[in-house]
Design a protein around this ligand. Structure first.
Ligand SMILES: Cc1ncc(COP(=O)(O)O)c(C=O)c1O
Length: 415
């Protein structure tokens, strides 16, 4: 395939001007950033708004009865409402702020799992999970005596749902944990189908949407999930903020996850009672400016349009597939381009992914190399690691061309 410009779903070239990182040169070359699935770059709109927030509106939240405290609380709670609207949660109190996606998933595994699982129960996760939605469930299953079952993936990295029949024979299915989009293979999981299966068995469905909320419309009610985790740093927001969206009835019944300030109603030597949602799950001083920054990032994403971002990523992924297909020494893992999110994991014959990433860095190209916190996926494909290029709203087709040129250089060094 020749190097063609894509018909734009959005104007990535214009958007790039919002991101200071794209003014950088790395080793004398303009930066090509292909690691947004790991963490995204941040636009000036978010950076400037956070600075202004700290300069004009910062104090602790919820406990200050003065103007700065009120401004700060308004910024923090305003962000909660923006998250609610973004994922179509039923109420803002169903949105719990956490420090990242991992904390959101641990919150469910501990606060729901420890009280609701026991011998004879089965917790189900998929083979393509990020460790954050795998290890906590495996651990809580071990702690409670429940069985831990894994839905396997096929050679294209898609779920083998026929395995559910065998999994069900292992006991009472109580929880199903799945990603919406795999961070390693890009697989888009049929979550609504899993939700129906889980709910027919009175199980809860926990969706790790860390790789979906940044780049496509996500609707918790349409998905039918009971809990949904996401993380801010992959969606133009600062690090240190993420969230769990959960069904109110479940959140109300569950025990707290962390204990201390801000999450109590009344404390005496005999007994402590808990604050209402969402504060019952937000112990201590929360990431205030980070939540505010997340709200600003959501404004930015909404202004660009989530549908447009999804389409842009799909076009770039299809282009990357076609161009990587020109390189006989590159093997791509996972489903075809039209059935995956905006990332491509691959192997360069005879070159370790860490060498690939290091040599690409020498060309100014940032990619991720490693097991992507998904060792079961690496085992499934009998590799220790892969190289991953991931796309976002600011990537352009020339970034893919630079990657392909870079890989030819890498290969030449090793042959
Ligand atoms: C699918 C998926 N789940 C969970 C996480 C963990 O998110 P965080 O790094 O915010 O804890 C990541 C991030 O790498 C991810 O890609």
């Amino acid at each position: 395939m020749t190097q063609t410009a894509l018909t734009p779903a959005l104007d990535a070239r214009r958007l790039r001007a919002d991101f200071p990182a794209f003014e950088l040169e790395i080793h004398g070359r303009p930066l090509v950033y292909l690691d947004s699935a790991n963490s995204s770059q941040k636009p000036r709109q978010v950076l400037d708004a956070m600075r202004e927030f700290y300069e004009t509106s910062y104090a602790n939240v919820h406990r200050a009865v003065y103007t700065l405290g009120e401004r700060s609380t308004a910024g923090y709670e305003g962000a909660r409402e923006k998250v609610r609207s973004l994922v179509n949660a039923r109420a803002a109190r169903e949105v719990i702020f956490t420090r990242n996606g991992t904390e959101a998933l641990n919150l469910v595994a501990y606060a729901w799992g420890l009280d609701n699982l026991g011998p004879g129960d089965v917790v189900v996760a998929t083979e393509l999970e990020h460790h954050s939605n795998f290890v906590p469930w495996q651990y809580v299953a071990q702690r409670t005596g429940a069985a831990f079952a894994v839905i396997p993936i096929d050679d294209q990295g898609e779920l083998r749902l026929e395995a559910l029949a065998e999994i069900e024979r292992r006991g009472r299915v109580k929880a199903v944990a799945t990603a919406l989009v795999s961070n390693t293979l890009g697989t888009i999981v049929p979550v609504a189908e899993l939700a129906a299966w889980a709910h027919e068995r009175d199980a809860v469905l926990v969706v790790d949407a860390c790789q979906a909320v940044p780049n496509r419309p996500v609707d918790v009610q349409a998905l039918g999930c009971d809990f949904l985790a996401f993380t801010g740093h992959k969606m133009l927001a600062p690090s240190g903020i993420g969230g769990l969206v959960g069904r109110q009835e479940l959140l109300q019944r569950m025990s707290p996850f962390e204990l201390g300030g801000s999450m109590i109603r009344k404390v005496t030597a005999e007994k402590t009672t808990w604050a209402d949602l969402p504060y019952k799950y937000e112990a201590g001083t929360p990431p205030i400016a980070e939540a505010f920054g997340l709200g600003c990032a959501i404004d930015y994403l909404n202004a660009v349009g989530l549908e447009a971002i999804e389409r842009h990523e799909r076009e770039l992924t299809e282009y990357a597939f076609a161009r990587l297909g020109e390189l006989p020494f590159v093997r791509v893992f996972g489903p075809p381009a039209d059935r995956r999110g905006g990332l491509v994991s691959f192997d360069v014959e005879g070159v370790h992914p860490h060498d690939v990433a290091q040599l690409l860095d020498g060309e100014g190209i940032a990619v991720r190399a490693g097991h992507h916190c998904a060792q079961p996926v690496m085992d499934r494909f009998s590799v220790a690691a892969t190289t991953r290029a991931s796309f976002y709203l600011y990537n352009v087709s020339e970034d893919v061309d630079r990657l392909v040129e870079g890989l030819a250089i890498v290969r030449a060094r090793f042959s």
